[in-house]
Design a protein around this ligand. Structure first.
Ligand code: AMP
Length: 225
């Protein structure tokens, strides 16, 4: 596993739904051996497995609203508990409220980790609606596609693994996307000043080409060549 820094980094990727947090986190995982902690992915797994948490949050997620701070902070805390202190972490989709930001401070302190950077992906909201409502993934390997921007090279066949089944997130409809954006504006964007006060926020243009966004993120994190 490549190791480009002495201390493992802990970073937050912040931005509205569809800003590319998941895509960029996946790249950091592949290139730098970091670990992606996505509360959205954890919650979707809980819904799929019909765990008590999953049953509780299903309708909330489908409406595009935020699930309770206690639930997501507990998920993050459990994951960090199980993680080697040598592994850097990318928080993707967490924290999303001031309450969660404070919980994250406590959780990190408990694990003797420090928050190195908050990378804000700056994006145009109207373009995001088109980006989100057109996206779908391979049901087997999770490779991401888009109705307009990235169809599989051979119709109906995943470029990466050859599988023929694809899926869409149930909350990727226009109405739900608008609710998710409103939640972001009302509850998540206001946490930025907390981190700005600590001098750790870096802004990156999230509307650029995916590779350019990755390069900008690597630059602000001091990674790569
Ligand atoms: P995401 O995959 O990050 O877009 O999250 C999908 C949905 O999961 C959100 O619309 C929320 O309903 C829920 N969710 C994910 N992360 C959080 C969080 N940190 N706080 C509250 N709700 C969350």
């Amino acid at each position: 596993m490549p190791q480009f820094w002495v201390e493992p980094m802990n970073i937050i990727l912040l931005g509205p739904p569809g800003a590319g947090k998941g895509t960029q986190a996946t790249r950091l995982v592949e290139r730098y051996g970091m670990r992606q902690l996505s509360t959205g992915d954890m919650l979707r797994a809980a819904v799929k497995a019909e765990t008590p948490t999953g049953l509780k949050v299903k309708a909330i997620m489908e409406a595009g609203e935020l699930v309770s701070d206690e639930i997501v902070s507990a998920l993050i805390s459990d994951e960090l508990e199980a993680l080697s202190p040598q592994t850097g972490v990318i928080f993707d989709g967490y924290p999303r409220t001031a309450e969660q930001a404070h919980s994250l401070d406590d959780i990190l302190a408990k694990h003797r980790r420090k928050l190195d950077r908050v990378v804000e992906l700056a994006v145009d909201e109207d373009a995001l609606v088109e980006r989100i409502t057109g996206r779908f993934t391979c049901a087997k390997c999770g490779e991401g596609y888009h109705d307009v921007h990235k169809l599989p090279r051979s119709a109906g066949v995943c470029d990466k693994c050859g599988n023929g089944e694809f899926k869409r997130r149930p909350d990727d409809t226009e109405e739900t996307v608008r609710t998710r954006m409103a939640e972001y504006r009302a509850k998540t964007a206001p946490i930025l000043p907390i981190y700005e006060g600590r001098g750790i926020v870096e802004r990156v243009d999230g509307m650029a080409d995916i590779d350019e966004v990755s390069a900008s993120i690597e630059t602000v994190l001091g990674l790569g060549s």
